[in-house]
Design a protein around this ligand. Structure first.
Ligand SMILES: Nc1nc2c(c(=O)[nH]1)N[C@H]1C(S)=C(S)[C@@H](COP(=O)(O)OP(=O)(O)OC[C@H]3O[C@@H](n4cnc5c(=O)[nH]c(N)nc54)[C@H](O)[C@@H]3O)O[C@H]1N2
Ligand SMILES: Nc1nc2c(c(=O)[nH]1)N[C@H]1C(S)=C(S)[C@@H](COP(=O)(O)OP(=O)(O)OC[C@H]3O[C@@H](n4cnc5c(=O)[nH]c(N)nc54)[C@H](O)[C@@H]3O)O[C@H]1N2
Ligand SMILES: [Mo]
Length: 763
């Protein structure tokens, strides 16, 4: 019997080494780090072959992040960054997880490894099956695996007892087929990683601007006066964005950074594509840095709005763009009235800043017209995450800074095709028009009831309302909050299935029966019959383009994600009138169906073959806000944080190191923060360390507090860090055990992973 597989990494420390926080990002060290990963994981020859095709027009899309590639010029060797190279190295690794590996390692034994060790085991080469009560996975044929899933699905009392999760690397073609399969099966239970990520952005932007995506293009960064980067760490998570910010500066634009941490990449950077600049002091990026307290953003943005209003009242027409406001927006009066109900004195302590600092920043906003605001998880993963983003939109609307060159919204997406997956219909709350067009094209009755998002899916499995979990990519147990609760939810299932490239903890915390279906990665060639296929993806700025792998698959037993969906559909949907096997024989046929059902994909097969791809329509970019409820861009009323810390409590954010991709741990160093060889750390303000009677590198336990419930994570080292008082930071997934499932954003339901209320106790 597999007794008690561990749902979280062991509490073992790995030997911390602290170094000085570097003054500049990228440069020689980044190149060296990238090449070391490539050399160790992939080998030199294959590595160069890979890097030369990364983000090139005839190559494959980097599985790292969703930052766009330039429309015209691309770097000579590769449009790559250190972390993109690591992502590629991780996927193209020489290490293999074969049936032999599984026969010599039990599930229990594997679960006792760290996430880093599990990931480094390598690529999964064969479909594998964990029978009920069994301790080891064993090989299974694809046909038997599909049949087992089909039987399990068809034996459910209702299709709503199955959950179909998606991570954000799945291509447009696979995602479209997958959601079609799920809806023909009869449910909208399509939670995805977006629910934990930019859902708050999607909700806020749809309400205010009529489109759940950002409005800017990469070229806008060349034409802007001012970029505000708030709640985002591009130096680590979107390194190629630094080059765009560098262009902004070169063209005379300014940059404001709003973050509890002085993230190295944003402060200063050396362009990897410009070797002449690797040596020297690098380029200063940030002009104004506001070291805001965690979740102090609405308070800060409100003060900025109040200062803008004060100036406008004193000198009419000096701040607001009245023409834009009159023609394009609704709700200004309400906003101005609401602002009067707040006082700067009351708001200021929430920010941790001085009014002088905020005034200086506000001057920049007042004096510039073309403003881009970029954000990521620092805004979305809070109880008032939707408010955060709507408040950002308020500022842009007052300035008329949207729908024109050099201005607009820029939610910087995470996974490389998370935006495309949504466009393809991976959504638990599909619009009726979308379902209508699916029904018409495919001749079936689509379910209309909304499905579960991630949080609801966990609750449903926990309550035995859902019994089959199917994961198209991702690592559900390690990515989701409330690790122990979620583990119980998964264990409750009759069957859990993971479509994966690499081994992860979700293969070890399973339902009664479990399957691993190994798939091709982005870097690999995809042949259907004799014909080589390519896929397409959509980046953070709505550009749809090709991606074609260059390597031979790491095993002959792998299937592509579209082929897996088709295997599943053929084994499950007895009455489907869709010719699934034909669709997958040539991905052009899938794209024809996408064109027939989803707006913006006219001449898909033709335009996807044009180098660089094509832009999807974007009403906000075109200065058209008619899709909102009022038919105009909406000002909104937003609430500052309501968190009240008790004595000895801290507000903790769970963030990424420089050496991980979400739950995939590339290495143990957070080089840009000077913390090496250790992930179990809690960053604290030096003053707080002293007040709490602690010392640097003390070993502590963290307890989170929510609705009188307590959750404990043991064994973290105290690291003294430049972070505002009463704020703390630790890394995910280690800290996920502390994030309560019910602590989530209003409306979007995004887990509040950046506002975990904790107390810290010495062991
Ligand atoms: N190398 C690498 N690249 C990645 C990823 C990865 O793990 N590794 N993940 C991908 C994914 S899925 C995503 S979603 C993105 C994530 O990209 P980010 O959102 O940049 O990632 P996080 O590490 O969550 O960092 C959040 C940032 O917000 C700040 N922050 C936290 N709380 C607050 C707050 O209350 N207010 C403000 N103003 N700032 C705050 C933190 O200090 C940190 O700088 O990156 C994508 N790219
Ligand atoms: N506490 C806390 N929790 C968080 C966050 C946080 O900031 N703090 N961030 C949240 C965010 S923004 C996100 S997006 C989620 C991420 O949640 P997920 O997307 O579920 O997690 P990943 O770690 O990105 O998934 C990694 C796994 O995907 C598989 N994989 C990789 N490439 C492919 C592929 O091409 N195809 C298939 N089928 N599988 C592949 C590999 O097996 C790998 O182990 O985590 C969320 N969780
Ligand atoms: Mo994400």
């Amino acid at each position: 019997m597999s007794k008690n597989p561990k749902e979280q990494p062991p509490e073992k420390l790995t030997g911390i080494k602290l170094i000085e926080v570097p003054k500049t990002s990228v440069g020689v060290k980044a190149i060296a780090s990238a090449l070391t990963h490539i050399k160790n994981e992939v080998g030199v020859r294959k590595g160069i072959q890979l890097l030369s095709k990364l983000n090139q027009r005839d190559g494959f899309d980097c599985p790292g992040c969703a930052w766009p590639d330039p429309d015209d010029k691309r770097a000579f060797l590769a449009e790559y960054c250190e972390n993109g190279a690591k992502a590629v190295a991780e996927e193209a690794t020489k290490n293999k997880v074969s049936p032999m590996f599984f026969s010599t390692h039990s599930v229990q034994e594997l679960s006792e490894l760290s996430d880093y060790e599990i990931g480094k085991s390598g690529r999964i080469t064969h479909p594998m099956y964990l029978a009920e009560g069994s301790t080891h996975y064993q090989e299974i044929s694809w046909d038997n695996a599909f049949q087992m899933i089909g039987e399990e699905l068809n034996s459910l009392n209702s299709p709503d007892e199955a959950i179909f999760y998606t991570s954000g690397r799945t291509s447009n073609e696979a995602a479209f087929l997958y959601q079609l399969f799920v809806r023909q099966f009869g449910t909208n239970n399509l939670p995805d990683c977006s629910n934990m990520c930019h859902e708050s952005s999607g909700v806020a932007l749809s309400q205010t601007l009529g489109i759940g995506k950002g409005s800017v293009t990469l070229d806008d960064f060349n034409h802007t006066d001012l970029v505000i980067v708030i709640g985002q760490n591009p130096g680590t998570n979107h390194p190629r964005m630094l080059a765009a910010l560098g262009e902004t500066k070169k063209n005379g634009g300014k940059i404001i950074t709003i973050n509890p941490l002085p993230e190295v990449g944003l402060m200063n950077f050396k362009d990897p594509q410009n070797p002449l600049k690797w040596i020297g002091s690098g380029q200063e990026l940030t002009d104004e840095f506001l070291q805001v307290k965690i979740n102090g953003d609405v308070a800060l943005l409100k003060i900025i709005l109040k200062l803008m209003k004060e100036k406008e009242d004193a000198e009419p027409n000096s701040v607001f763009n009245h023409q834009f406001i009159k023609q394009k927006t609704a709700g200004l009066d309400k906003l101005l009235k609401d602002l009067d109900t707040y006082s700067i004195e009351e708001l200021l302590p929430q920010t941790g800043l001085t009014i002088e600092q905020i005034k200086k920043t506000t001057e920049l906003i007042i004096n510039n017209d073309k403003i881009i605001i970029c954000w990521a998880m620092g805004l979305t993963q809070h109880k008032n995450g939707v408010d955060n983003i709507r408040e950002v939109v308020n500022i842009l609307l007052l300035k008329g800074s949207i729908g024109k060159k050099g201005a607009g919204t820029c939610p910087v997406r995470g996974h490389s095709n998370v935006q495309g997956d949504r466009t393809m219909g991976i959504w638990e709350r599909p619009k009726p028009a979308f379902l209508d067009s699916l029904e018409k094209e495919f001749n079936f009755k689509a379910p209309r009831k909304h499905g579960y998002d991630v949080v609801e899916a966990i609750e449903a499995m926990h309550q035995n309302k859902a019994k089959v979990f199917f994961g198209m990519g991702g690592n559900f147990i390690s990515a989701t909050p409330d690790t122990k609760f979620t583990a119980k939810a998964l264990i409750n299932c009759n069957l859990t299935v993971q479509v994966s490239t690499k081994l992860n903890r979700s293969h070890l915390i399973t339902g009664k029966k479990a399957l691993i279906l190994p798939c091709l990665g982005r870097t690999e060639k995809d042949f259907q019959g004799k014909n080589e296929q390519f896929v397409s993806v959509e980046n953070s700025m709505g550009v749809v383009h090709q991606s074609k792998g260059t390597l031979h698959p790491c095993s002959s037993k792998l299937l592509s994600e579209p082929a897996i969906v088709v295997g599943l559909a053929n084994a499950t949907l007895i009455k489907s009138t869709t010719n699934w096997s034909k669709l997958v024989s040539n991905y052009d046929l899938i794209r024809d169906k996408i064109e027939a059902t989803i707006p913006g994909f006219k001449d898909y097969n033709k335009r996807i073959r044009i180098k660089g791809g094509f832009y999807l329509p974007n009403n906000a970019r075109d200065n058209n806000f008619t899709p909102t409820k009022t038919g105009k861009a909406n000002f909104s009323l937003n609430k500052p944080s309501e968190i009240q810390l008790e004595k000895n409590q801290f507000i903790m954010m769970t963030i990424r190191t420089h050496d991980q991709y979400n739950t995939t741990i590339y290495g143990l160093d957070d080089r840009y923060r000077g913390i090496l060889n250790e992930r179990r750390v809690v960053m604290m303000n030096p003053n707080d360390i002293e007040l709490a009677g602690l010392k640097k590198l003390d070993l502590v336990d963290l307890t989170s507090h929510f609705n009188n419930e307590e959750r404990v994570a043991k064994g973290f080292l105290v690291v003294s860090y430049d972070i505002p008082k009463q704020c703390a930071a630790s890394y995910f997934p280690e800290a996920n055990v502390l994030v309560p499932l019910k602590s989530k954003a209003d409306i979007s339901n995004t887990p509040a992973s950046k506002t975990v209320i904790i107390s810290i106790k010495k062991q």
